[in-house]
Design a protein around this ligand. Structure first.
Ligand code: ATP
Length: 245
């Protein structure tokens, strides 16, 4: 579905992404681990058109997308969330989702009633349907993250890119978000997730890449990756004590 090949991005003398290759198969849930500054957000910015690669290629469903503007990438069927959630606070939860849906399909002319019904579906999926008419600014951080998923899902993506959606959440909120992400994945959306909450990433992902200084350190099945000595040394610091790991 997504093929990133020999991707590099430099900022002046700093090589933030260095000859990185990865793939996401249709239906896969792929996780990316890496220390602060490893280049993870830069990778998402390259895939979604916020940055142009210095070299390498990005192909989505057989078509090159590197160098496309963000709104054009969004219209190919890729949606993303951002590390810092910024809903339109004064608008209702539902209107935030409607804004996302209309942005992605400006040519589609549907009666507003139909758009509202259509946008209730992602809110149901993330469990925010009962707060649809509440103002977005009044939501908790966990609920704002879910609103970010709903907004992305309203664009009907086939691939969803998640940038540290669990940062700043408490244990209960993380468990809740895990359930929501599982549901989105089981609904047929492929997912590429960057996350520092290692346990959640390991539990959700089918396959994991570990990035260090913009380069691939290793890749593999989640439980193999977290036992890799290089990963323990460069990222985890010590072996993880995970149930069934
Ligand atoms: P974190 O986990 O802290 O979010 P990250 O793995 O997402 O980190 P990036 O934000 O991709 O890391 O940054 C990778 C490197 O590129 C860092 O050294 C960062 O300072 C640098 N960098 C990122 N964006 C820019 C930019 N626009 N201009 C210059 N340097 C940048």
């Amino acid at each position: 579905m997504l093929q990133v090949e020999h991707l590099s991005k430099s900022f002046g003398g700093l090589l933030a992404i260095d000859d990185l290759s990865l793939t996401v198969e249709k239906g896969q849930f792929v996780g990316i681990l890496g220390a602060n500054g490893a280049g993870k957000t830069t990778l998402l910015n390259l895939i979604t058109g916020y940055l142009k690669p210095s070299s390498g290629s990005i192909v989505f469903e057989g078509k090159p997308i590197d160098g496309l503007a963000p709104y054009r990438v969004a219209r190919t069927g890729i949606a993303r969330t951002f590390q810092v959630v910024q809903p339109f606070n004064e608008m209702s939860v539902l209107d935030n989702v409607i804004a996302g849906a209309l942005f992605s399909k400006p040519d589609q002319r549907l009666p507003l009633k139909q758009v509202r019904e259509f946008c209730m579906e992602p809110l149901r999926l993330v469990g925010l349907d009962r707060q649809a008419s509440q103002s977005a600014g009044a939501l908790t951080l966990g609920a704002k993250k879910k609103l970010e998923f709903a907004r992305a899902l309203a664009t009907q993506p086939r691939l969803l890119l998640l940038d540290e959606v669990m940062g700043g959440l408490n244990h209960a909120e993380i468990e809740d978000i895990k359930q929501v992400l599982s549901g989105i994945h089981q609904g047929g959306t492929s997912i590429l997730m960057i996350e520092h909450v290692v346990q959640a990433l390991i539990e959700l992902s089918d396959y994991v890449y570990v990035v260090n200084f913009g380069r691939e350190l290793t890749r593999g099945r989640p439980h193999d990756v977290i036992h890799d000595e290089n990963v323990i040394e460069a990222y985890l610091g010590k072996p993880l004590d995970l149930p069934h790991a």
